[in-house]
Design a protein around this ligand. Structure first.
Ligand SMILES: O=c1[nH]c(=O)c2ncn([C@@H]3O[C@H](COP(=O)(O)OP(=O)(O)OP(=O)(O)O)[C@@H](O)[C@H]3O)c2[nH]1
Ligand SMILES: [Mg+2]
Length: 202
């Protein structure tokens, strides 16, 4: 007998909460029409600690703020020579030291390998424990190349490519990015639970 799918009904569409317009642009491109969602620009305070805990806490805060289902994400750039740092703190390292400063952090090490990690958290409402979905892309840190309009894209060259994320077309980045890999899992979750908003069609 085929397993019956659980029908998950939400009272409202999922709100993707972020203060980062570039993230939103990519999330929209990757999700397309697959999940009905709306977005809200809000810069939430962030806990310190492990990426999953930071992402989950952001989701709890966002769900409280919105009073409904939310999706958030936290992105890390992790250097293997530094045991994963700067990780979730890359925003501040980038802001204070730039691409060159991030490269210089690895000057004392031969190992320039790194990975980009995206942790999405979905909270179905303020009383629900957030669920996480992670995506990871391996690569290395290089001197900046390509357009500098999104964060550390110019210094991250994924494994198997001669180009940095910033030198790629958006479509190319979105095929292999940390964000794409995490969102594939989010989509799968929505598919498995046969998600349907209460009022409308998917
Ligand atoms: O080159 C990049 N390619 C990416 O794919 C990417 N994704 C995020 N980032 C940057 O990495 C930091 C994460 O910090 P972060 O996750 O806390 O984001 P944020 O504070 O900007 O937004 P949010 O927390 O409101 O969602 C911030 O500096 C982001 O600009 C990226 N840079
Ligand atoms: Mg943030």
């Amino acid at each position: 007998m085929a397993a019956m799918k659980v029908q998950m009904t939400l009272t409202k569409p999922v709100t993707f909460v972020t203060g980062n317009a570039k993230k939103l642009e990519e999330v929209k491109m990757i999700l397309g029409q697959s999940i009905p969602f709306q977005s809200l620009k809000l810069d939430l305070p962030e806990l310190q600690g492990e990426p999953e805990d930071i992402s989950k806490e952001k989701a709890r805060l966002a769900a409280k703020e919105i009073g409904g289902p939310v999706l958030v994400e936290d992105t890390c750039l992790c250097f293997n020579a530094l045991n994963g740092l700067p990780g979730p703190y890359v925003k501040w390292f980038l802001m204070k030291t730039g691409h060159e400063g991030l490269n210089n952090l690895l000057a004392a090490y031969e190992d320039k390998t790194a990975y980009a990690l995206c942790v999405f958290s979905l909270a179905l409402g303020p009383d629900f424990e957030p669920i996480t979905f992670s995506g990871r892309t391996e690569g290395k840190i290089v001197p900046a190349r390509g357009s500098g309009n999104f964060g550390w894209d110019p210094i991250f060259q994924p494994v198997g490519s001669d180009f940095t994320f910033a030198e790629m077309l958006k479509d190319e980045k979105n095929k292999i990015s940390h964000r794409r890999r995490a969102l594939d899992k989010v989509k799968e979750y929505f598919y498995d639970f046969n998600y349907a908003p209460r009022s409308g069609n998917v």
